[in-house]
Design a binder for this molecule. Structure first.
Ligand code: HEM
Ligand SMILES: [Cu+2]
Length: 487
């Protein structure tokens, strides 16, 4: 099967539209949760936890799916990827999503997306075996799809570069090869994601299967500490990988718009290598309360968490400023969203660094401060990159134009997410615990404020999606016109 630009674009557009639509649907559940916490909406605690489960699972899954589409789009221009596997991943993703939805809404499964052992099996009858199995199997199927995808990207990178180490530029760092022959930023980022996500998904598959056996036969038990380690090795790394896939759009789009190459030099390669190692190791910051963990692991988790994303963030933010400086860049929706995403990434990391400080963590731990950090970083950082790419692809591939609504969407989204993230941070500062269905009256105001901000974000995303769907319809029509002419 030859990969033509046309078939690449249709497949990638399918990934982005599915991802975008699921993110929009999940925003609605987010708004409903905030309204319930704020006392505006009467929602049973059971329903709240089902919403929390679908929101966490759906957001991370859909953003990862769309980000994989971005990575595949650019990587497939440099190495030979399998179209079949890209399609297979989409099919497995959809099957998994349907199973998870049925498990949560028809069978009341509500363990949150962390499915922490032994909760799937022991729920005090909040849900039964069927719900747990649908959810766990759905996640497993979805994970296998992603695993196959990364095995394919790994294979293709090794074929082109010789090894994954060379994909990360080890031969350039060690001086064996000149900087000008370094792998492209797209290859470097894809190699990093391939390495960390194959690790994450393998850990995830193991712990999912162990949970499945435990649900079917409760006599089979295993070490809860091991289960927690595997679960967060999966969850932390996989969620982190979203921004490392999406950032490829920053490199490619800014370099195209400024007509300046974004070269991988030595500092760039070293930064990506550091973040590869840190991303693999620091899930241990989820274990800081588990005093039975080996102390050295907890210290490592603590220390490296400070440094986790910083190397890549700094090298990318600095690079973005340098490439745009005096370049005469034309600002449009794509470059605007990409630039906002750099801002969102930086703003989202600051509260995380504050929280990683032990004295602060003792107060902020498990408060809404934590969702405050990751909503900024995910919604304004990673997701803005995805949406920027959607506008880029539409512009590249059709004659579609943006209008005043789109501009409103850009400003509206930025303000909405800053307000939403801010409301979570304020809640955290008030010591509001995270993951609580019901709030004391003192805690309600920020939740209600967040719900309004969330609604504005959902409106903005609806505008982006309408634009993208119009593009997809336009290119279908173009294809038909071409057929007519050639017939
Ligand atoms: C309109 C936008 C959004 C709204 C209103 C919203 C709302 C919420 C709320 C209310 C919670 C529960 C907070 C608590 O612990 O009490 C939550 C959790 C979460 N959200 Fe969002 N969210 C939005 C966008 C996003 C996006 C874009 C992502 C990721 C791409 C995301 C990922 C998550 C995750 C992973 C959790 C944690 C779930 C858990 O604790 O198990 N959210 N969100
Ligand atoms: Cu983490």
């Amino acid at each position: 099967m030859e990969l033509t630009a046309k078939s690449r674009n249709s497949l990638v557009a399918m990934y982005l539209s599915v991802g975008g639509l699921i993110i929009l649907a999940m925003m609605i559940f987010g708004i409903l949760m905030l309204m319930a916490q704020g006392g505006m909406l009467d929602l049973s605690p059971a329903a709240f936890y089902q919403f929390l489960t679908i929101h966490g699972t759906g957001m991370v899954g859909a953003a990862a799916f769309a980000a994989a589409g971005v990575m595949w789009y650019f990587l497939s221009k440099e190495v030979k990827l399998s179209k079949k596997i890209f399609k297979l991943n989409a099919v497995l993703f959809l099957v998994g999503v349907v199973m998870v939805i049925i498990g949560v809404f028809s069978f009341e499964y509500a363990s949150a997306w962390t499915f922490l052992y032994p909760l799937p099996a022991i729920s005090a009858n909040a849900w039964g075996i069927t719900g747990a199995l649908l959810y766990l199997f759905g996640m497993l199927i979805l994970g296998i799809g992603f695993l196959l995808l990364y095995i394919d990207t790994g294979r293709a990178i090794i074929k082109k570069q010789g090894s994954l180490a060379k994909g990360l530029g080890w031969d350039v760092i060690s001086g064996k090869k000149e900087e000008k022959d370094a792998p492209t930023p797209t290859i470097v980022a894809s190699t990093m994601v391939t390495i960390v996500n194959i690790t994450a998904l393998t850990a995830g598959a193991i712990v999912l299967i162990m949970n499945i056996i435990n649900v079917i036969n409760p006599a089979f038990t295993f070490d809860p500490l091991l289960a927690k380690n595997l679960t967060f090795a999966f969850g932390h790394i996989f969620a982190n990988s979203i921004i490392y896939m999406a950032v490829i759009a920053v490199y490619e789009i800014l370099s195209k718009y400024t007509k300046r190459p974004w070269k991988a030099n030595k500092p760039f390669l070293i930064a990506w290598n550091m973040s590869t190692v840190f991303t693999l190791l620091i899930y241990t910051h989820h274990m800081l309360m588990d005093s039975v963990m080996p102390t050295w692991m907890l210290i490592m988790g603590q220390v490296l968490s400070y440094a986790n994303g910083l190397p890549v963030l700094i090298i990318t933010a600095y690079g973005a400023l340098m490439i745009v400086y005096k370049s005469g860049i034309k600002w449009d929706m794509a470059s605007g969203l990409i630039y906002i995403s750099m801002f969102g990434w930086v703003v989202g990391v600051v509260p995380a660094i504050i929280d990683a400080t032990i004295v602060v963590n003792q107060v902020m731990h498990n408060t809404k401060w934590v969702p405050g950090h990751f909503h900024l970083y995910m919604a304004l950082g990673a997701c803005a990159m995805l949406f920027g790419f959607m506008y880029y692809l539409a512009k590249e591939d059709s004659a579609i134009r943006t209008n005043a609504f789109d501009k409103f969407g850009l400003f509206g989204y930025t303000i909405a997410i800053l307000a939403l993230g801010g409301s979570f941070l304020v809640s955290g500062a008030l010591s509001t615990p995270r993951r609580w269905a019901t709030h004391f009256p003192d805690w309600m105001a920020p939740a209600n404020f967040g719900a309004v901000a969330g609604a504005l974000a959902a409106i903005a995303l609806t505008i982006y999606i309408i634009h993208f769907v119009r593009y997809m319809m336009m290119r279908n029509k173009q294809d038909k016109d071409v057929e007519k002419i050639s017939a």
